[in-house]
Design a protein. Structure first.
Length: 138
């Protein structure tokens, strides 16, 4: 089963982020940063795993590398849009027009690696505000 042993904690955290990052070092650094900011993080190793998290948890946001080994960024975006979950893409070798297209198709943003910690936190803060407003009004 994809959902980790910590799924109970994730279900009870108001800030759940699913992270799709194939680089171990980048993923570990992001997990440390995000958990330090109060986010519960779950790592999805594939599109299938992402879909399982989107179904089994109340996910606040997804942070995904734009170039994944098993799928296209558009597949990640579509899976997130089906569950109304915002997604931010990251990468370092994507054409500017491709990044613009992802944003036009509904991604919150595209962060060129290496990106500033503050820029990522600002984006996540915006998503948190959106999530909190929906919980209050919903």
């Amino acid at each position: 089963m994809v959902v980790s042993e910590s799924a109970f904690a994730a279900k009870h955290s108001s800030l759940v982020l699913v992270l799709l990052e194939p680089d171990d070092d980048v993923r570990d650094a992001l997990e440390v940063l995000l958990r330090g900011q109060g986010w519960w993080t779950e790592v999805a190793a594939s599109l299938v795993a992402l879909r399982q998290y989107l179904t089994s948890l109340t996910v606040t946001a997804v942070l995904s590398e734009a170039r994944l080994p098993d799928c296209e960024a558009a597949d990640v975006l579509k899976a997130c849009q089906q569950k109304d979950v915002p997604v931010v893409f990251t990468g370092h070798d994507i054409a500017v027009q491709d990044a613009v297209d992802l944003i036009r198709q509904g991604a919150i943003d595209y962060l060129e690696k290496p990106f500033s910690r503050q820029r990522l936190l600002n984006l996540l803060n915006r998503m948190t505000n959106r999530h909190n407003n929906e919980v209050i009004s919903g």
